[in-house]
Design a protein around this ligand. Structure first.
Ligand code: FMN
Length: 236
């Protein structure tokens, strides 16, 4: 876990299905709310489809070129099929959607750790949500199956240095959340760490908090509520 860094250059050979099966079955042992297991992992094996998804994800070439590419989805369809077949009422609300997001992400990170412990590199692809309605039409996903992000996996060609994280004191609190001043002091300390990290990579003058306010300055992916709503999620 401490050795993790996102890989964006992979050998192109397709990943052996037996390695994928081993990682997926281990990842499935993630805890899951009420044992619902509301996730689905869609592997895209067609290189033409992957090239299109790479383009739709902000031209991230490694989506097409890595050893295996997956779309991590929340799956609200499975429990709906079960309820419908039993002739039972089902109530979906924001809680059902959150359950899918949380379950899918616990599964996905377990999957990442399984792949990384097998010597492979990974990169999550949030860019998949840039043009989600178009991605959906390429994938032909049924109602209730909600794509959240992509995942590139493969043999790394180049593994970047580990990127420093916030100090533990900025994420682990006992009994009380810190004051705003305390939090900002921790951010300032981390800015120094990250400025040194960036400077070592030829990016002098960069820091973390600047990247963060820029990240939240403009609304991103404003289409998501309408898209997930149309796929059967209830967001209120
Ligand atoms: C849900 C999610 C989506 C991400 N989407 C992308 C992406 O589209 N493209 C990319 O190059 N990296 C993406 N990343 C990787 C992050 O940029 C990366 O994890 C972060 O900068 C920390 O770097 P590290 O993973 O190398 O430690 C994503 C990570 C997560 C968790």
């Amino acid at each position: 876990m401490r050795a993790h860094s996102s890989v964006r250059a992979f050998k192109p050979e397709a990943l052996d299905p037996s390695r994928i099966r081993a990682a997926v079955s281990a990842a499935q042992m993630a805890a899951t709310s009420s044992h619902v297991q509301s996730y689905a992992l869609l592997q895209l094996t067609d290189r033409t489809v992957r090239a299109r998804i790479a383009e739709l994800s902000g031209n991230q070439a490694y989506v097409a070129d890595c050893g295996a590419f997956f779309v991590v989805c929340g799956d609200m369809r499975r429990h709906r099929l079960i309820a419908d077949r039993a002739g039972k009422r089902r109530t979906d609300n924001l809680e059902t959607f959150l359950l899918a997001v949380i379950d899918a992400s616990l599964f996905a990170q377990n999957l990442v750790l399984a792949f990384e412990s097998d010597g492979l590199g990974i990169c999550y692809i949030g860019g998949l949500r840039n043009e989600l309605p178009t991605v959906d039409s390429v994938l032909g996903l049924p109602e209730g199956v909600l794509p959240f992000y992509g995942l590139c996996v493969g043999e790394p060609i180049d593994k970047p240095a580990v990127k420093p994280r916030l100090p533990v004191e900025a994420v682990w609190f006992r009994d009380h959340y810190p004051s705003d001043d305390e939090m900002l002091a921790l951010v300032d300390a981390y800015d120094e760490t990250m400025a040194a990290y960036y400077a070592g990579r030829g990016l002098a003058g960069r820091n973390w908090s600047g990247a963060i306010w820029r990240r939240f300055e403009a609304e991103t992916r404003g289409h998501l509520a309408a898209y997930y709503g149309a796929k059967g999620a209830k967001l209120s």
